[in-house]
Design a protein around this ligand. Structure first.
Ligand code: NAD
Length: 353
């Protein structure tokens, strides 16, 4: 799927906007499994051309209750950024823990070519990335995944692992049983066998893949060393901020650790618990076959996911391509467009007349 870098023809100063309603239409019309596949393909293509990107750790504004982050990156054609928050206390007050929107622009003239909601899109791209990584690292033929944290991200993760990795069973655990019930309801027709569990010990039973997807603004210990058997793949997505982790340090010491962008993960990921020289492997090198994935079936692998700007860039590229193929959107009057580019003031005067 190729992105279109020119503005939508006939509306040169208008910017396509994909709202939450449009995004839901897009996903429901295309089918979530197809969307996850296409997103994972786009992310894999972009990981494989990693050196072509301008990269930096995201810019974060921390407060006692949460964080607000900007995540920029660019290649030769496009610039993208996402605005995203993370406020674990929000859920209890009836708000989302994570909300986001993003912009894709043309590098050639700096004009935005897409504005999109990214709350739903972040859940999709996070799930697509997790499952893509598991295709490289999880035990071959894995059928069962344990999920700690049954909040907003949970179903997206479960469906991505079903469709991309081939799991057939998901085991659920959350400290709030209502969250587990919600996921069980939502996945009733997914084709997955859903098992509701009542403790961390119970949820990991028989699981070849463990996903930790909880939200708490502290160094939590969701997973302890004794819960993780040999050969398990851990997909740790909830620890994504300084002072916010999910795994006991001993698990990290037994694992081969894979990350997106080390300068960001060293600050935000589970590995903030380790020394700054602890060995880690960059995923793009595995995807480019520069470094082999572990061959020893007893090796524990850990994807220390924090979410990196290139995944959002891929997601925006994907949505832009869908818009080019007629996906739901509206056009926003976001760019001043005087007939003479220098006559911005004249445009203002004429509008008054
Ligand atoms: P959410 O608030 O909707 O859900 C979190 C769930 O975790 C809640 O149901 C809560 O009851 C549960 N929980 C909290 N502590 C627990 C514990 N000790 N054991 C079991 N369950 C527990 O949040 P969400 O949108 O699903 O996000 C989950 C986490 O993933 C957040 O920390 C978020 O920042 C992170 N996240 C990471 C990425 C990434 O790319 N790595 C992307 C999106 C979200």
């Amino acid at each position: 799927m190729k992105p279109i870098t020119a503005p939508v023809p006939g509306h040169l100063a208008m910017v396509p906007f994909v709202s939450v309603a449009h995004m839901m239409q897009l996903v429901n019309q295309r089918g979530i499994e197809k969307v996850l596949h296409e997103l994972a393909d786009m992310i894999e293509v972009d990981f494989k051309r990693w050196p072509e990107f301008d990269k930096s750790a995201r810019v974060a504004a921390h407060s006692p209750d949460g964080v607000i982050e900007l995540m920029p990156t660019a290649d030769a054609d496009n610039y993208g950024f996402k605005y995203v928050n993370g406020h674990p206390k929000n859920m209890k007050e009836g708000y989302q823990t994570v909300t986001a929107f993003g912009v894709l622009s043309s590098v050639a003239n700096g004009y935005p070519i897409l504005l999109a909601e990214m709350t739903v899109l972040t859940a999709l791209r996070t799930a697509a990335t997790s499952a893509l990584v598991a295709k490289y690292l999880a035990p071959k033929g894995a059928k069962t995944m344990a999920m700690f944290g049954n909040g907003a991200q949970c179903e997206f993760q479960a469906i991505a692992f079903k469709t991309l990795v081939g799991i057939d069973t998901v085991r659920l655990f959350d400290i709030d049983l209502a969250a587990t019930d919600k996921v069980a309801r939502n996945l009733a027709n997914s084709g997955l066998k859903v098992v509701k569990c009542h403790s961390g010990q119970e949820v990991v039973e028989g699981a070849e893949i463990i996903t930790t997807c909880t939200a708490d603004k502290q160094n939590a210990t969701i997973l302890t060393d004794n819960m993780v058997g040999s050969g398990v793949h851990i997909n740790a997505i909830g620890g994504d901020c300084p002072g916010k982790t999910e795994l006991h340090r001993d698990i990290l010491l037994r694992s081969e650790i894979f990350v997106e962008y080390p300068p960001q993960t060293r600050i935000e990921g589970e590995i903030q618990q380790l020394g700054k020289n602890h060995p880690i492997t960059e995923l793009w090198r595995v995807m480019r076959d520069e470094i082999a994935a572990p061959r020893n079936p007893r090796q524990i692998t850990l994807f220390d996911s924090v979410g990196f700007a290139i995944e959002d860039f891929s997601a925006l590229r994907y949505i832009h391509a869908c818009v080019g193929q007629g996906a739901p959107h509206e056009l926003l009057d976001m760019l001043a467009d005087p007939d003479d580019p220098r006559d911005l003031f004249g445009m203002l005067l004429r509008a008054d007349a």
